[in-house]
Design a protein around this ligand. Sequence first.
Ligand code: ATP
Length: 234
Amino acid sequence: MYAVQVENLTKVFGNFQALRGVSFAVEEGEVFGLIGPNGAGKTTTFRILAGLLPPTSGKVLVLGKAPGSPELKRVVTYLPEDAGTYRNLTGYEFLRMVSELYFGRSREAEEALELGVKIASLGEKIHEKMKGYSKGMKRRIQVARALMVKPRLAILDEPTVGLDVVHAKEIRTLIKEFAREHGSTILLSSHNMLEVEDVCGEVAIIDRGVVLLQGKVRDLLSEHGARNLEELFF
Ligand code: ATP
């Protein structure tokens, strides 16, 4: 079963064609990376998958359903590139709010909150107001928010955007650990080839609205005799 199937997806904004026939498929349980330069169409593709933007044409299935279907609400999470936080809530209060929005006041909500706190790993700072958080801390809370409900599919748009190398690595580690422990499918985007190589089993390279290549990182490297993805493309 595919978690995501995209075939010949196009998106036109006015007279600009952002997606020109994007095709790729993500198997369930995979950590999959969509790599591409600025403006390649990653965010547009993710917003379509999240049901926030209608495609112009093409086939798009998320866990076998049309994006935005009510059945997907509880099982698919989406982390936008520019996700905001509530400045006056503590990280803990924010995660509690999200878990209760999902599960009401229940045992499940408590478990999700517990997992969110573990993923965020902010120690006692989880009880401080988010307006005092660094970029890295905010991003950890946002990633925790997307993963704490144990989604079948998490769509993470540039989870390490704007972070220095240390914080980016921490986020990568927590995504990898989460995927291993919970078996969720994770679809993430990045500009950074080395990052994608570190986290993802499979990748698709998108540029100017088309997917140039898709495959398991291992296979792509051995087929092209490259030591890393950067060497494959530059
Ligand atoms: P980045 O890495 O910079 O986030 P991206 O790969 O996510 O890039 P998109 O945000 O999907 O790229 O943008 C693809 C192209 O579509 C860009 O040229 C962008 O300017 C254009 N675009 C995106 N949204 C709109 C919109 N609402 N109206 C007009 N053009 C848009």
